[in-house]
Design a protein around this ligand. Structure first.
Ligand code: GLN
Length: 263
């Protein structure tokens, strides 16, 4: 069952039966014992990060959703459920065994690696500084953000960039930084003129540029790579997912999913 048609059919089946995002199976997340039911995985994500994960009405969709489902399809595991959190709550949910795997455009970072583990990387990103198109504010460097009101999503590398490059550099006052539950809310505040700039991952900035009155003022190179996260020490699941990722990269499924979400 490795062809693309089968994978996409399976996803539609899950959606049609309401299994995606709603049904809690009786099996315990993370209890990967010997019985059949225990081979199920509960995936966690944080919608509001287009095109990686977002809600269209009640439906959860996006690049990460399709990619993780395609990867798991290549393994002996079954994806039983998608569970939604704010980004900052994903890592605790993984550690508390509420979920077994995170698919949320999560950057592989040494500080995160202390508490959770990552698969091989599957997507590259940098940081973008997003401004409202109508604002006339066109910063070209971090120094140009001197005195600005900036926003980012809680717990992200965007937030770390604000902290290390703007607050610690005494360009932006602590009180002029707003931390949001998700980037959709941050971009709404930007468009409404409540803040001057939003710092976020480049591919997501491009997605907002495509359908909001915002533009990328400049990018700040961070050389980030996204990985799926699993519990610390879950080495069997880690190598299984790495094998699945390698397979979908080799057989063209990865490129198909990229083509679908990055136009
Ligand atoms: N890649 C960023 C991070 O890991 C943002 C992820 C997100 O907001 N979903 O912090």
């Amino acid at each position: 069952m490795t062809d693309k048609t089968t994978q996409f059919d399976r996803r539609n089946f899950l959606k049609a039966t309401g299994l995606v995002g709603s049904l809690a199976l009786t099996s315990t997340a993370g209890c990967l014992g010997g019985d059949e039911e225990a081979m199920t995985l509960v995936a966690g994500t944080a919608p509001g990060f287009p095109p990686f994960e977002m809600k269209e009405g009640e439906t959860l969709k996006g690049f990460d959703i399709d990619l993780l489902e395609a990867v798991v399809e290549e393994t002996e595991y079954e994806l039983s459920e998608w569970s939604e959190f704010e980004f900052g709550s994903l890592s605790p949910a993984l550690q508390n065994e509420k979920i077994d795997v995170i698919a949320a455009a999560m950057t592989i970072r040494a500080d995160r690696d202390e508490n959770i583990d990552f698969t091989d990387p599957y997507y590259d990103a940098n940081q973008a500084i997003l401004v409202a198109s109508e604002s006339g504010f066109t910063p070209a460097t971090m120094s140009d953000l001197d005195g600005a009101n900036v926003g980012a999503q809680k717990g992200t590398t965007g937030e770390s960039t604000v902290e290390t490059q703007l607050i610690e550099e005494n360009l932006v006052a602590e009180g002029d930084y707003s931390s949001y539950g998700n980037y959709v809310l941050a971009v709404e505040d930007l468009v409404n003129g409540n803040i001057d700039a939003v710092v976020l991952d480049t591919p997501v900035a491009d997605s907002f540029v495509a359908d909001r009155e915002v533009q990328v003022a400049f990018t700040y190179e961070t050389g980030e790579q996204y990985g799926f996260a699993i519990r610390e020490g879950a080495s069997e699941l880690q190598s299984t997912l790495n094998d699945g990722l390698a397979t979908v990269k080799e057989n063209g499924t990865y490129d198909d999913i990229v083509a679908q979400w990055f136009k």
